[in-house]
Ligand binder design. Structure first.
Ligand SMILES: Nc1ncnc2c1ncn2[C@@H]1O[C@H](COP(=O)(O)OP(=O)(O)OP(=O)(O)O)[C@@H](O)[C@H]1O
Length: 599
């Protein structure tokens, strides 16, 4: 009965929090089952030897304190030396094997987590800071891995040693062992409740650290805006308040772990004291020899060491399991919109139709951005979307790309609901997206251009750059196409970045193009070069342009004027001007004001 109580209490004591997905954990560990089993066997061997050594030592002491026969002494010493050597060898084996298992496991976790993150819906990223997500990939995986290694190595070895030593102690003196057994359940009960408190504190602490990382990386990523508004002090204050929260929580946690560690040390030290005291009494009665007491003491010390290391390990376990839960939370999260899978079409005309589409962003379900929206983007024609900010222009582009799915209705491509088509095929082969405030990666110009088609030859890249009016300025760089652009292409001017983005789109040869036109002004020369490149790119394609410039809109085959998520006017530039409605007003207003920019 007493052992059952121990078992229940110990389970409660080490049981990790609920977010910890055991099934997934084992699945990730499975490829290394053999290595792990070998490491565990080596650790068991070490534990076994550590239990054997005190008895061999006790035997030697018994011989030394009684017969002192040279033959017996030599044999006993030799036996002890062999045990020490074997213990050293197995220790080396299990530590190395476990290191290997830990690293391979962490690699798998990282890869799977990264893959899972990249598959998530855009709605997932709408509601989370990128720094917070990245901290799960780096910090949490690291913490989880080291906890796993330590728990298996120290935990397993110590646990087995403690059990083995307890059995040896019982064999040496059942009476003395039963004295000690009385105090243990009490200590474990206290440990269990303190343990669950510390676990929840640690999880809160990690969440605050992730928050602080998230806001720091956002501020660093947007340093220009922060600088431009002179907001350094405010950002420092906000970061400091998160850091302070984190400090308070971790100090409390450290205190808790301190109490726990000190308590268990005190407990085990009192064990030693009791052994000597009661053992002395038993020796006096003649029921215990000096060697036996020595063996018993070494066993007690093995248990003491095991328990004190386990108490330190406990802190690690607390952090490790909460890191593990944070990792697992994202590891197998299934996105609503898959990144691949579905039908592909052998040829695409590029006719797109919105059929009674109602849509709200998942992060703001109460706000319907589009309501029963109908619009046709005719194959091979250019449709310009214009209208005030917030009217829903980018949302329409997002739905064509299938970054989100409509709440009701459907977006059709050549008569097929795009939800039945392979999203990867759709995005990489059919639709090209030119954001005219483009994001360039911190790599060479060449790699940036061939981002959408990594197998393109350098010649194809040069050709695309020529068509995009980019070849000339790229050749003007000392390192030409090998020039590395800054983290966000900051070493390039706005017009140059745009032309690189256009070259990128030319290379992927999409049938449908989405152009998100820049609303910022460029000098006339730059604007002319970009416009010329765009004209080449968009020729004969279905084009959806989120238009800001009058020149773009004027040349469109059809103009859709949006307001509040609805098409309020539809027609050509001439038709809409004749109507003397919203569009005509917009143009009149803008021409008199900002010269050429419609929204
Ligand atoms: N990721 C998002 N999550 C939640 N709401 C969003 C998101 N993106 C846009 N919205 C909201 O949807 C509405 C339409 O936004 P959208 O970006 O489509 O407008 P827009 O016409 O492209 O505006 P702009 O010309 O300023 O880019 C706005 O009210 C906006 O706040």
């Amino acid at each position: 009965m007493a052992y059952m109580t121990y078992a229940i209490l110990i389970t409660g004591f080490i049981y990790p929090d609920r977010g910890f997905n055991w099934a997934l954990f084992w699945e990730l560990l499975r490829p290394d089952t053999f290595l792990l089993a070998a490491a565990v066997l080596a650790a068991i061997a070490v534990a076994f030897l550590n239990v054997q050594i005190p008895s061999a030592l006790g035997q030697l002491v018994n011989i030394v304190t009684t017969t002192r026969a040279p033959g017996e002494m030599r044999a006993s010493a030799l036996q002890l030396a062999v045990l020490y050597l074997a213990q050293a060898t197995f220790t080396c084996v299990y530590i190395s094997l476990l290191g290997m298992v830990g690293e391979r496991f962490a690699e798998r976790v990282r890869n799977r987590l990264f893959e899972s993150l990249l598959r998530q819906d855009l709605a997932f990223f709408d509601t989370r800071q990128s720094g917070e997500i990245v901290s799960r990939l780096s910090g949490d995986v690291q913490e989880f891995k080291s906890s796993f290694k330590q728990v298996v190595s120290i935990g397993l070895r110590n646990g087995l040693q403690a059990v083995g030593s307890l059995i040896s102690m019982y064999l040496v003196s059942p009476q003395l062992t039963s004295y000690l057994a009385v105090a243990v359940p009490l200590v474990i009960a206290v440990g269990t409740s303190l343990g669950s408190l510390l676990r929840s504190m640690s999880k809160d602490g990690q969440a605050i650290v992730a928050d602080a990382n998230g806001s720091a990386s956002e501020v660093i990523g947007n340093i220009r805006t922060v600088r431009a508004f002179g907001m350094e002090d405010r950002e420092v204050n906000e970061y400091s308040s998160l850091a302070a929260k984190c400090r308070t929580l971790y100090i409390k946690l450290a205190f808790g772990i301190g109490v726990f560690t000190a308590g268990s040390n005190l407990f085990v030290n009192s064990l030693v004291l009791s052994v000597i005291y009661f053992g002395g009494k038993l020796m006096d009665q003649g029921t215990l020899g000096a060697g036996n007491l020595m063996e018993f003491l070494v066993c007690t010390q093995t248990i003491q060491r095991a328990l004190s290391q386990t108490s330190v390990l406990f802190g690690q376990l607390v952090r490790g399991t909460s890191s593990g839960s944070r990792v697992f939370e994202y590891l197998d999260r299934e996105p609503i919109i898959p990144t691949k899978g579905g039908m592909t079409l052998s040829s695409v005309d590029g006719d797109i139709e919105f059929v009674r589409v109602t849509f709200s962003y998942p992060s703001r379900p109460e706000q319907a951005v589009l309501r029963h929206f109908d619009l046709r983007l005719k194959a091979g024609k250019k449709t310009a979307l214009c209208g005030p900010s917030g009217a829903g222009k980018s949302t329409i582009a997002n739905l064509v790309e299938r970054f989100y799915d409509p709440t009701e209705g459907a977006v059709m491509l050549d008569g097929h609901d795009i939800r039945t088509l392979d999203p990867q095929w759709l995005r990489s082969k059919v639709i090209g997206y030119v954001n005219q405030e483009p994001v360039l990666f911190a790599t060479s110009v060449l790699e940036n251009i061939r981002y959408g088609r990594p197998d393109a030859t350098p010649e194809e890249v040069y050709e695309a750059a020529r068509k995009a009016n980019a070849h000339q300025f790229i050749c003007g760089f000392p390192e030409g196409y090998d020039t590395v652009v800054g983290e966000r292409g900051v070493t390039l001017s706005g017009g140059q970045s745009q032309r690189i983005a256009i070259a990128r789109a030319i290379l992927t040869r999409p049938r449908i193009l989405i152009l998100d036109e820049s609303s910022s002004a460029m000098d006339a020369e730059s604007e002319h070069l970009v416009q010329e490149a765009l004209d080449r790119l968009t020729k004969d394609k279905t084009v959806l342009v989120i238009a800001h410039r009058l020149s773009t809109i004027r040349n469109a085959d059809e103009i859709a004027v949006l307001h509040g998520g609805e098409v309020v006017e539809l027609g050509t530039h001439r038709e809409l001007l004749r109507k003397q409605g919203v569009y005509a007003n917009l143009v009149k207003h803008q021409l008199s004001g900002e010269g050429g920019y419609v929204v």
